[in-house]
Design a protein around this ligand. Structure first.
Ligand SMILES: *Cc1c(COP(=O)(O)O)cnc(C)c1O
Length: 415
């Protein structure tokens, strides 16, 4: 007889998700998720929910692109769909300024590699047709960098992360789009960290033909739901010409279940794969929340709360090197330099979920996704200050309090 091992039920605690992502899933999203009945993926209300979500997603992205929908899974699932148009031998320029644009580059190198190039280094191919432009950690991809690289290489595709979450840097989307237009290049943008946080409309960036985001960051919808994507007619025309070697992550085929057929909206979707009523309900509610709050309001709230957190950690002697509004990436005060991992691990052991950087150099990352209130920021600042003291660091608490008072005077009481 073989022994059967049954573990006790899995309990996962509630933590303060103060990292770069996942963000704090909204309670309304969780209620929608748990409240959906069991219904199959061709039930009329599930299909209607998908068609409505498609419509709301176009408003959130700011686009008339018909091929706008959600890809089941995480950010990388949406990115994989977007990069599916990149075929072996395609010329591509990829801008790399951190962990995530680095992985975007790896994905593109895998797709653009010829069979021989892939077999030569299956997990890290170096195809001759792909040029990676490395921008140092902590710096942004500028209009000048994008312009110079596209002028020189004139590739078919160019790839950039809008907000590089690894180093907390905003890259120049306007400059990237303009350079793509000028050189006839098709731009592909990783907007995983910016959608739902920044106030932008993708139709205002005509150089970009494909966009991909995620459920877990600005859209506040972690329960494995949908990674938003959007493609222009030009992208779809190119894909129809070359084809792509994937059924599930094929933008044209995936779109069918969302009621997009032959480039047009149809009343209801047709089978592509099994969608979850729970996921559809949760995603639908997350989009409703985003539109009810308004992107402009949300973007302003992020900027305000990030400024308070930034100034508070600077008052503790930290140096902030990021410029995203959902995330602060910092160096510890000089006397604690080199102890970043230790500090992060201490915090995580107390369910205060901050993060280190995932590629060199080691820095601390503190995020505020869906933590847009004075009480949450004050709590983060208090816990982070304690973590510095626990390592033997010292700072002037009255200076930190003064920052919080200046930003939040009256707000705490009002909350
Ligand atoms: C988080 C992130 C990803 C990966 O998203 P997952 O949801 O973990 O798959 C990709 N790109 C950027 C810029 C990100 O911030």
């Amino acid at each position: 007889m073989t022994a059967t091992t049954i573990f006790p039920p899995l309990h996962i605690p509630a933590t303060i998700a103060a990292g770069p992502g996942p963000g704090n899933t909204d309670a309304r999203v969780l209620a929608a998720y748990a409240g959906a009945g069991i219904a199959d993926h061709m039930h009329a209300d599930v299909l209607r929910g998908m068609v409505e979500a498609k419509g709301m997603l176009r408003q959130v992205w700011g686009t008339k692109n018909v091929h706008t929908f959600g890809v089941a899974g995480t950010g990388w699932s949406g990115l994989d769909v977007m990069f599916s148009a990149v075929m072996p031998g395609d010329s591509v320029v990829v801008f790399n300024n951190g962990t995530f644009s680095g992985i975007d580059g790896l994905t593109v190198r895998m797709k653009a590699a010829t069979a021989e190039e892939l077999a030569a280094a299956p997990f890290d191919p170096k195809p001759a047709s792909v040029t990676v432009i490395d921008v140092p950690h902590g710096q942004s991809v500028t209009a000048e960098i994008a312009q110079a690289a596209l002028a020189r290489h004139k590739p078919k595709w160019a790839v950039m992360a809008h907000w590089e979450t690894g180093s907390g840097r905003i890259n120049d989307l306007r400059g990237f789009s303009d350079a793509c237009v000028r050189h006839g290049v098709m731009g592909l943008v990783d907007a995983v960290s910016s959608l739902g946080v920044a106030d932008f409309r993708i139709d205002e960036y005509p150089g970009v033909q494909g966009w991909a985001s995620c459920p877990q960051k600005g859209i506040c919808c972690l329960p494995l739901t949908y990674a938003p994507v959007s493609f222009t007619d030009r992208y779809i025309a190119e894909l129809r010409k070359t084809g792509t070697r994937t059924f599930v992550h094929n933008p044209v085929l995936e779109a069918r279940h969302w009621g997009i057929l032959d480039g047009k909206d149809v009343e209801k979707g047709t089978y592509h794969r099994t969608h979850s009523a729970y996921a559809v309900a949760a995603f639908h509610e997350a989009l409703r929340i985003t539109l009810q709050q308004g992107l402009a309001n949300r973007a302003r709230a992020y900027a305000r709360h990030e400024a308070a957190l930034r100034e508070a950690v600077e008052a503790m002697g930290c140096t902030v090197t990021s410029n995203m509004t959902s995330l602060v990436v910092l160096n510890l005060p000089g006397e604690l330099a080199g102890r970043e991992m230790e500090l992060v691990q201490n915090c995580r052991a107390q369910d205060f979920g901050i993060w280190p950087t995932l590629s060199a150099p080691v820095q601390v990352r503190i995020g505020i996704l869906n933590l847009l209130n004075a009480a949450a920021i004050t709590d983060i600042v208090t816990r982070f200050g304690q973590a510095i003291r626990d390592l033997g660091g010292a700072f002037d608490q009255t200076a930190v309090d003064a920052v919080l008072d200046r930003h939040f005077a009256g707000a705490l009481a009002a909350e």
